[in-house]
Design a protein around this ligand. Structure first.
Ligand code: VG1
Ligand code: CO
Length: 579
């Protein structure tokens, strides 16, 4: 093949957010738009590192992925990459990409050095919806801020990119295609999307004990992939390997537009599963399954449900951490430490204290956990945004979280399956609250707010923090039954491994009784601004841990809305989504 240098000019707004660059498909389809970002990434990695590299390129299968793969393959060849690995039909979940980088050996014995992941995660897909791309490093984790800042800088000055005149590669068939270019050979290897990931899961969990649970007539199960890429793994793992019934899979055929839905596993968007589990207004008739779970578009998120019961993601990571050593062979020698993102509830902190584990609080976004894991400081971590994972890879992992829960259930029920009462998801959570106390928790999202209004609201909240007396005046006037604010700041993180500092990571109001209010702007949206308001209250008294969470949190919510002047700034009298 021949290499051409194509002249180009910068596009505004190519700054990677919390998890890569996410824009409407029509933005990505502009001539040179994707190319500029990819070349800027190559330039940030440096030509030296790119030459001879082995790159993984695939994603959640959303609309425009197949075109994007062909563009990136050609640019890789032109930039001296040695080989590109593509999951069959361009499908690889985000956790599978991480696993492939770390574990897979190519047909010629090669190992991957990085990946372009094509996903906008939980954002809808299709010609009028979102596309996204992010780069992951040799450890399998998202590029750190040092690199993403460099990528962005490069996008503002880019003048040319390199591409090659290769024919399109057939990505529907497994196999290797060889090309030869000015600098030597270039290969494209198309491989099975699930094999490496399934193998990794089998090395972590006791599949035999989970199989006993899933095939027991006492236990019923349901998994909803929301037409995201998780479907490609769910059939292999839950049905083929673990013996679940095929009818327990919902929306498990990956689709370019996620069937027109919003592939976000929460109580609002995973409607069908929520109804089947006996929750929500349109709940189905009949006996719900004992266990239900859902994933987002790229399968790194998870929602865990019991029969008529919702497990908050903050509780989920705490419960997994509390039970991992007994239930999951991978952790049988103990946990190195645990970590959560700042807005995630402190349920994990309490477990860490009880079990005497190292504990870390990092900014929102998975990239901050990677350094801790690489340094051997953290085994299990999670975010309130339905993200849970461990150091088996460097991304959060939706199916891993489900297998972790099934392992806990299998362990607690190992003597019950042939007689005795089943220990349910709800039993496990209530017992956890009784032992550790309960962190009532909710998140309000105000989506697609005017960007300036959002900025002004945040500025107002920062300014207000300079006078706690004024803050407490507002609190008192709003609700006399809410405790007082003892500290207000903007969260700043110093990475304990490399010493790098990330500031402005969310505005915090901390209360005397341990309650917290946190305000952040989303870094994953593609239009306008999204304000996230996180509300948390700790209840230690076992007699008071059984309340409805929206009811328990109502006073704090009122205070949050008053402090932020939410309606005044945004014109919104209610959030778009409550989780
Ligand atoms: C959101 C979540 C964050 C998560 C990120 C990526 O970011 O809050 O916890 O890590 O999405 O998840 P933000 O900046 O919009 O709040 V995913 O599933 O998009 O890779
Ligand atoms: Co995701």
């Amino acid at each position: 093949f021949k290499v051409t240098r194509v002249q180009t000019t910068p596009f505004d707004g190519q700054k990677p957010g919390t998890s890569g660059l996410r824009k409407k498909v029509k933005v990505f389809k502009q001539p040179h738009y994707l190319e500029n970002f990819v070349q800027s990434t190559f330039n940030a990695l440096t030509a030296e590192k790119v030459r001879g590299a082995t790159l993984v390129v695939s994603g959640d299968g959303r609309y425009f992925s197949k075109d994007a793969v062909q563009i990136i393959v050609k640019m890789s060849a032109a930039n001296g990459v040695r080989r590109v690995w593509v999951g069959q039909n361009a499908l690889l979940s985000t956790p599978a990409v991480s696993a492939v980088i770390r574990e897979r050996v190519g047909v010629d014995g090669s190992k991957a050095t990085g990946a372009f992941i094509l996903t906008a995660s939980h954002n809808p897909g299709g010609p009028n919806e979102d596309f996204g791309i992010k780069y992951n490093m040799e450890n399998g984790g998202p590029a750190p801020e040092g690199i993403t800042n460099k990528i962005y800088e490069n996008t503002t000055t880019i003048k040319e990119y390199l591409t090659a005149d290769l024919p399109n590669v057939d990505i529907s068939a497994i196999g290797v295609t060889n090309f030869s270019g000015p600098e030597g050979q270039f290969d494209v290897e198309v491989f099975d999307s699930a094999n490496d990931y399934v193998k990794l899961m089998k090395s972590i969990f006791d599949f035999e004990s989970i199989r006993k649970l899933l095939t027991s007539p006492k236990f019923t199960f349901c998994y909803d992939a929301l037409h995201g890429v998780a479907g490609a793994y769910a059939a292999r793992i839950f049905v083929e390997e673990l013996g679940a019934k095929e009818s327990s899979l919902l929306n498990c055929v990956p689709k370019e537009d996620f069937g027109g839905g919003h592939p976000d596993p929460n109580l609002t968007y995973a409607k069908e599963l929520v109804a089947r589990m006996g929750l929500g207004k349109s709940r189905s008739e009949g006996e719900p399954p004992e266990f239900g779970a859902a994933a987002d578009g790229d399968a790194d998120r998870n929602m865990i449900l019991g029969k008529r019961f919702f497990v908050t993601p903050s509780d989920s990571v705490a419960i997994i951490a509390a039970n991992a050593v007994d239930s999951v062979p991978y952790f049988s020698t103990g946990l190195k430490g645990v970590a959560r993102s700042m807005p995630t509830s402190a349920a994990l902190d309490v477990v860490a204290k009880h079990l005497n584990l190292k504990f870390f609080e990092v900014p929102t976004g998975w990239k901050f956990f990677g350094n801790l894991m690489d340094a051997g400081l953290c085994s299990i971590c999670g975010e309130e945004s339905f993200g849970t994972g461990s150091d088996h890879i460097r991304e959060k992992d939706g199916i891993w979280a489900v297998l972790a829960w099934l392992s806990i259930l299998a362990y607690k029920n190992k003597d019950n399956l042939n007689g005795g009462k089943l220990v349910t998801v709800e039993d496990i959570v209530r017992k956890h609250w009784a032992t550790y106390g309960r962190h009532y928790y909710t998140r309000f999202d105000y989506e697609n707010v005017d960007a300036n209004a959002a900025k002004n609201l945040m500025a107002h909240l920062v300014k207000l923090q300079s006078s706690l007396a004024e803050v407490n005046d507002i609190v008192k006037k709003a609700r006399s039954d809410v405790s007082k604010v003892v500290h207000g700041d903007e969260f700043e993180y110093k990475d304990p491994v490399d010493g790098s500092i990330s500031s402005h990571q969310g505005i915090r109001y901390l209360f005397e009784d341990g309650s917290r209010l946190i305000f952040r702007l989303s870094g994953t949206g593609s239009e306008g601004a999204t304000i996230r308001l996180y509300i948390e209250q700790y209840e230690k008294d076992p007699a008071k841990t059984g309340r409805d969470s929206q009811e328990a949190l109502a006073p704090l919510v009122e205070v949050a809305l008053k402090l932020s002047k939410m309606q005044e700034f945004t014109g919104r009298c209610a959030p778009t989504v409550i989780t």
